[in-house]
Write a protein that binds this ligand. Structure first.
Ligand SMILES: Nc1ncnc2c1ncn2[C@@H]1O[C@H](COP(=O)(O)OP(=O)(O)OP(=O)(O)O)[C@@H](O)[C@H]1O
Ligand SMILES: [Mg+2]
Length: 363
C-alpha cells in the first residue's frame, strides 16, 4: 500500500501564512522563541501538533522531538515477552485462550510453508496460492473479503492487504504481486471484521479502530491512559494515520468524540477536520457504541500480560461488541499528544514519566 505523500516545506509555509485560523505571525514567532528556550532546540513539533492554531495556549504541555520516549519501551516492557503483541500470530494464539473477541485467523505462512487448520503444506506458485484463497471463500460463503497482514515487523498499515472474491477471480496481476510479497516472509490471513453500523456512519471504508493505551503502575494497578478513534478520510481499507487517516480524541468517561480530527500536518497541511470529509458526520458529541465494554476488554487484555506495562491497543467495535485487533509494545505517542491536547496534561502519563525519571528533563 503506498504511503501518503508529504507536502513540500514551501507549500506548507504558504498554507500556514494563508490560514485564517492561525495565530498572528508575532504570536507564532514568540511561541517558537519560548519553546526553543524551553526545549533547548528548535521546536519542530510546533507544526505537527498544530500549535500555530488560535486557542492553542498550553504549548509547553506537548512533548518535543527531543523527548526520549524510546526509553519508555525498554523501561516498562520486558523484552522477552514483547512478541506476544509484536508478532500478530502469537498475539492471536495468546489472547484467544482468554475468551477475548479477536478476528479469526484462517491461514498463516512462513515463506512457502503454509498452515491452515492443523495441516501444513508448501505452495510453489501463484496459481496454488490463488486456489487456497478460493477455498477459504468457498468454505466461508458469508465472507466478502479477507485481510492479509504481515505477521511481524510491519508498521502503520503498510503491509495490510484486503482481497475480495471478484479481485481473486479477475485481478491476476494483484494475485501475482501478493503471492510474491507473502512468500518473502510471514503473513496471516484473517477474517474481515465487520464494524458496528454506527461506525459506518462516520466512515464506511474501513474499520475505525480505537487506539487505547494502558499503563500498569508500580503497584500493579492497570489504567487506561487515553483513547482516540482513527479513521480513513478517503476510501482506504486501513485507518492508520501513516496511511492517510485522521484521529479524534475520545472522552474516557463519556465515550464521545471531541471536536477536532487531525489528519497529520506534513501530508495534509493546515487542515483540521470537525466532520468527516466524505460522510460529513460531525465528530463532536458522536457516541462510540459499546465503549464501556471496550474499556473493560482493554483493561483485561493489559492485565493478562503483566510483563508489558505500557501498550497501545487497536480495538474495533462490531455489531455485537468490541474486537481486539492488535497490541503495540512500542507505539508512536505523537497521536496521544495531539489527541490529549498535550500529553503532559494527562495524570497517568505524568505518573509513568515520573517512574521512568523522565519528568525532570524538559520534554
Ligand atoms: N481483520 C481485520 N478486519 C478489518 N479491518 C482490519 C483487520 N485487520 C486490520 N484491519 C484494518 O487495518 C488497520 C491496520 O491493521 P493492524 O493494526 O493489524 O496493522 P498495523 O497497524 O499496520 O500493524 P503494526 O502496528 O504492527 O504496524 C487496522 O487499524 C484496521 O483499520
Ligand atoms: Mg495497528
Amino acid at each position: 500500500m503506498p504511503k501518503y505523500q508529504k507536502k513540500g516545506k514551501k507549500e506548507l509555509l504558504y498554507e500556514l501564512l494563508n490560514d485564517t485560523d492561525r495565530k498572528s505571525v508575532f504570536s507564532i514567532i514568540s511561541d517558537i522563541f519560548i519553546l526553543t528556550l524551553y526545549h533547548k532546540s528548535f521546536p519542530k513539533h510546533y507544526f505537527s501538533r498544530y500549535l500555530f492554531k488560535k486557542g492553542k495556549t498550553n504549548i509547553k504541555d506537548y512533548f518535543s522531538n527531543n523527548f526520549l520516549y524510546y526509553k519508555l519501551k525498554p523501561f516498562f516492557n520486558e523484552h522477552s515477552v514483547r512478541d506476544v503483541v509484536e508478532n500478530k500470530l502469537y498475539f492471536n494464539f495468546y489472547y484467544s485462550q482468554f475468551n477475548i473477541a479477536l478476528p479469526k485467523v484462517l491461514m498463516y505462512n512462513h515463506r512457502k510453508m503454509f498452515v491452515k487448520g492443523n495441516v501444513n503444506f508448501e505452495i510453489t506458485s501463484a496459481a496454488e496460492f490463488k486456489k487456497q484463497l478460493e477455498d477459504i471463500f468457498e468454505q466461508n460463503p458469508s465472507y466478502n473479503s479477507l485481510f492479509i497482514k504481515r505477521t511481524y515487523g510491519s508498521y502503520g498499515g503498510d503491509q495490510v492487504f484486503k482481497i475480495t472474491p471478484p479481485q481473486l477471480a479477475t485481478d491476476h496481476e494483484l494475485i501475482d504481486k501478493l503471492y510474491s510479497e507473502v512468500i518473502k516472509s510471514g503473513f496471516l490471513f484473517q477474517e474481515t471484521v465487520k464494524q458496528h453500523p454506527e461506525l459506518d456512519k462516520l466512515n464506511p471504508s474501513c474499520i475505525n479502530t480505537i487506539r487505547f493505551d494502558t499503563f500498569i503502575d508500580k503497584e500493579g494497578k492497570v489504567e487506561i491512559m487515553s483513547a482516540y478513534l482513527r479513521m480513513s478520510t478517503s476510501n482506504k481499507h486501513v485507518d492508520n494515520i501513516a496511511s492517510g487517516g485522521c484521529l479524534v480524541s475520545i472522552g474516557l468517561q463519556s465515550g464521545k468524540l471531541k471536536k477536532e480530527g487531525y489528519p497529520g500536518f506534513s501530508a495534509n497541511g493546515i487542515v483540521v477536520h470537525t466532520f468527516h470529509p466524505v460522510t460529513k458526520t460531525v465528530f463532536e458529541g458522536y457516541s462510540i457504541p459499546y465503549f464501556s465494554e471496550a474499556k473493560e476488554m482493554v483493561l483485561r487484555a493489559a492485565s493478562l500480560m503483566p510483563g508489558l506495562r505500557l501498550v497501545g491497543w487497536d480495538m474495533a467495535i462490531s455489531e455485537s461488541g468490541p474486537v481486539l485487533i492488535e497490541g503495540n509494545s512500542d507505539y508512536n505517542m505523537i497521536g496521544n499528544d495531539l489527541a490529549e491536547g498535550g500529553f503532559l496534561t494527562n495524570a497517568t502519563f505524568r505518573k509513568m514519566l515520573m517512574e521512568a525519571n523522565l519528568l525532570r528533563v524538559p520534554l
